[in-house]
Design a protein around this ligand. Structure first.
Ligand SMILES: NC(=O)c1ccc[n+]([C@@H]2O[C@H](COP(=O)([O-])OP(=O)(O)OC[C@H]3O[C@@H](n4cnc5c(N)ncnc54)[C@H](OP(=O)(O)O)[C@@H]3O)[C@@H](O)[C@H]2O)c1
Length: 325
């Protein structure tokens, strides 16, 4: 493969692409999107084949398989409760993976690395919608400190590797994702999966009501996973310097709107109550997608209603053993 500079628009064709976390929620959709582009040289080792926290295994894997592009999607992560209870694990595992990946990418002269950071990296007091320029202006939300600082450290490492070694890379900051294959385990799921479970259980049990935490007024942004996969492939082709790029819809949805939509789609017609004594979390979390639109010449296309419908259908089939993860 010819040497790549940061300004090059890459051609994916003919390149060996390593997708870390390729068996995870987002990873599976990215691998499928690469396969749809008829790229047959896609590597997606499982954790058993290459534990990414072990730098010797990672170096050996790169030496053996010689990837040209690395899409680093693997992460130690979970829902808010998991992140709160596993701050050090989240930091250490994510930092070790990133160190190993960047080290091996430099040693193997990889053409470009893409890193998935997260909207959670933004300072808790950042102006909303979040703009990329404000990323370093303050501390992230304390509940996510370990995870968010490891991700921020990953961005800093890519910037250092770019300065010292000219390693071309790009950093995307995805919003909360949902879609087929999402994690539904209670300790790992996000609000979309949790609400789908809740409404389906209530419907199946014939409950007269469900009670949700808080007021329902917090605003969030949700990105359909296939749109995220498309954005990632566009980003790795077009962006070669490690300045963060938001990956979202810019569409704001209240938690109450989300629950109403999910309830209607699963056919739960009971009452939705709000327990105002429970915390709401941040009032508004949403990203500015102007830079994404300009640099990728693209906006996500899936509506929340259609995306939720597909997610619910998949989850129902999966629960009944009729769909893959
Ligand atoms: N989901 C979201 O809403 C969201 C939002 C913003 C950013 N992100 C970022 O997007 C990326 C993908 O997220 P996701 O939701 O697809 O995560 P996921 O479903 O939890 O998948 C993560 C993958 O990483 C793998 N992994 C973890 N530790 C590993 C290790 N030591 N060695 C090898 N593989 C390891 C996991 O393997 P196992 O299956 O063996 O555990 C899994 O396949 C992550 O970087 C995440 O931080 C996600």
């Amino acid at each position: 493969m010819n040497a790549t500079t940061a300004d090059d628009v890459l051609n994916l064709e003919g390149r060996r692409v390593l997708v870390t976390g390729g068996h995870g929620f987002l990873g599976r959709h990215v691998v499928k999107a690469l396969e749809r582009r008829e790229l047959d040289r896609v590597l997606s080792p499982s954790r058993a084949e290459c534990d990414l926290t072990d730098r010797h295994q990672v170096l050996a894997f790169f030496k053996r398989e010689r990837p040209d592009l690395v899409l680093h999607l693997a992460a130690a992560q979970g829902g808010v409760a998991w992140q709160k209870a596993n701050q050090a694990t989240a930091y250490l595992d994510n930092a070790r993976m990133m160190d190993a990946i960047v080290d091996a990418s430099i040693a193997s002269s990889v053409d470009r690395v893409l890193f998935t950071a997260s909207s959670i990296c933004y300072p808790r007091d950042a102006a909303v919608p979040y703009r990329e320029a404000t990323l370093w202006d303050g501390q992230p939300e304390p509940a996510h400190l370990g995870y968010a600082h490891a991700k921020r450290g990953g961005i800093a490492l890519l910037q250092a590797a770019y300065e010292q070694h000219g390693l071309s890379s790009c950093v995307v900051m995805p919003a909360n994702m949902y879609g087929p294959g999402a994690r539904f385990e209670p300790e790992r799921s996000n609000v979309v999966a949790a609400m789908i479970r809740r409404c389906l259980e209530a419907r199946d049990q014939g409950d007269a009501s469900i009670t949700c935490w808080g007021t329902g007024s917090p605003i969030r942004e949700f990105l359909y996973v296939e749109d995220a996969a498309e954005g990632i492939l566009r980003a790795v082709v077009r962006c070669g310097t490690p300045s963060p790029l938001n990956l979202g819809t810019g569409v704001e949805t209240t938690i109450a709107e989300l629950v109403d939509t999910v309830a209607a789609q699963v056919g739960f017609d009971g009452e939705i109550r709000w327990d105002h004594d429970r915390p709401d979390g941040a009032a508004r979390v949403c990203m500015d997608v102007a830079l994404m639109r300009e640099r990728l010449d693209w906006l996500p296309s899936m509506s929340l209603g259609e995306g939720l419908q597909r997610t619910i259908s998949w989850w129902q089939s999966f629960r009944n053993g009729q769909a893959d993860t």
